[in-house]
Write a protein that binds this ligand. Sequence first.
Ligand SMILES: [Zn+2]
Length: 330
Amino acid sequence: MSELHKFIFEGLPVRGALVVLTDAWQEVLRRRAANSQTGAYPPPVAELLGEMAAAAVLMQSGIKFDGALVMQIFGDGPVKLAVAEVQSDLRLRATASVIGAAHAGATLRELVNVRGGGRCAITLDPRLRLPGQQPYQGVVPLVDAHGAALDGIGPVIEHYMRQSEQLDTTVVLAADDRRAAGLLLQRLPVQGQHNLAQSHVADEGQGEHDGTDDPFQRLSLLARSLKREELLGLDADTVLRRLFWQEPLRRFEPAQGSAGPRFACSCSRERVAAMLKGLGVAEVESIVHEQGQVEVSCDFCGQQERFDAVDAARLFTPAAQQSPQPGSVQ
Ligand SMILES: [Zn+2]
């Protein structure tokens, strides 16, 4: 069962979250494997996408916001685009478009940042958008403050949180074909103080330094001792106990089952119809002429929507002649 555990350290300005995606993640992979046009993800792409899905849940868990958190990586390598989207209620979906060969063991750099052109974007898209309101978006290149390529989604998130949110964050992630999991620690702002005031900004991307007098640095060292096999093999209780048994850990009720992270896709026939309308009557008619119908399959869940000649023509007849459509399709 997929689960999200949130916790704080009593008396210390640090919060944390641990996510374990099992069924939710396996469903993402199963649907991709069932897509006859794409087939299953190559293992390094699955690992990348699993880490993104876990990271997106961790980021969503730390904000008060009603809507979708969308993490996108725009790559210049064999992976052109990877997307993980998590709603406030922890429904999630993820997809990647792979245009080249991803060899076993390929690193983040080899997958999406071959020429240093890779980007990571985080978008907060409110569920109820006011007229004219744009979703909030922050974008960072996949290099650190010194221009060195970041090799891992964890370092990318840490870099993003520093750059865009001025939040000191430690993220450890791992994924395979059964599980996608991650641990996040974040420094809580102390009232009247800039969040990074106590941290070591100049040290970003460098090794560990002596931070034993700083609770966040000390706890981060513990978090970073978490091994990939542990994150992929142990249950959440064991992970937290092993890492923080000497710490004043206070855990909250975990989010799991129908209230926890779970696969769900928000695609619909109405959205596909709106997209086709956007293409225009000439384009849609030309596809129908060539192929007899328009067939669109959802990249996230594999759902196929078909519009035959009659359906297609109906898209472009005046709205008054049609059954009512939801007003907020996009
Ligand atoms: Zn879908």
